[in-house]
Ligand binder design. Structure first.
Ligand code: FES
Length: 228
């Protein structure tokens, strides 16, 4: 039975930086948008969390750590969605899925957008909150919660990971593909930004027409993703 270290592909004596690097690589490899599966993606996330929480070689390996194995969650767990950390650390982000907005005819400019989302009975995949730690991008924080948000290049070049910042400060690094007009409208690339203040964001805005024009297909980055 594979241990958390084996699932991440690192030696048991790997240091924290090596473990984090391996985790990010495995997240890319197992992401459903990159040809992976939800089960494998969640197994990688669980393995990383177990190591972070002090799992050591010799400890028992739960069945749920094996890629493809049942997660061991109950129906109630599934309904509740990914667990929040017990002691939130970092900057709070409230998120909403753009695809839900399209279904409900909500607009990014609606003053009460997040109030409607909070009252809308949405699933945790579509609406909720999490915390972004110091060393993380917004995308990495979402993945740490078990959310498979869209991405392709993870380097600010393809716009697949675009989000709209409705509230809060989220500056971009100098190098990215977004034109100034979109940046001024609050569009950001979740793979290369992190919030400086508590924020409200809409993810999946790659479906916005102005963003869609800039999209590079994920297939352009599959080769580099598997060999980075
Ligand atoms: S994943 Fe390509 S810009 Fe973020």
């Amino acid at each position: 039975m594979a241990s958390p270290y084996e699932i991440l592909g690192v030696d048991p004596d790997a240091d924290e930086a090596e473990i984090v690097d391996a985790y990010r690589e495995r997240v890319k490899e197992t992401h459903p948008d990159q040809g992976g599966s939800t089960e494998a993606f969640l197994a990688v996330k669980t393995a990383f969390e177990r190591i972070e929480n002090g799992w050591r070689p010799g400890d028992a390996v739960p069945e749920s750590d094996v890629p493809g194995a049942p997660t061991g969650t109950t129906d109630a767990d599934e309904a509740a969605g990914p667990a929040e950390p017990s002691e939130p650390e970092g900057v709070r982000v409230e998120y909403l899925n753009y695809e839900v907005m399209a279904d409900k005819l909500w607009e990014l400019t609606d003053d009460d957008l997040f109030e409607k989302a909070a009252d809308g009975g949405l699933t945790p995949e579509d609406y909720g909150e999490f915390y972004v730690r110091d060393s993380e991008s917004l995308l990495e924080a979402a993945e740490r919660q078990g959310y498979a948000w869209p991405f392709a290049c993870r380097g600010g070049a393809c716009t697949n990971c675009a989000v709209a910042v409705v509230e809060g400060e989220m500056p971009s690094p100098s190098s990215h593909i977004l034109p100034k007009e979109l940046h001024d409208r609050g569009i950001r690339l979740s793979c290369i930004v992190a919030p400086e203040t508590d924020a409200k964001i809409v993810y999946n805005v790659k479906h916005l027409p102005a963003v869609q024009d800039l999209l590079l297909p994920a297939s352009r980055f599959e080769a580099s993703s598997s060999t980075d």
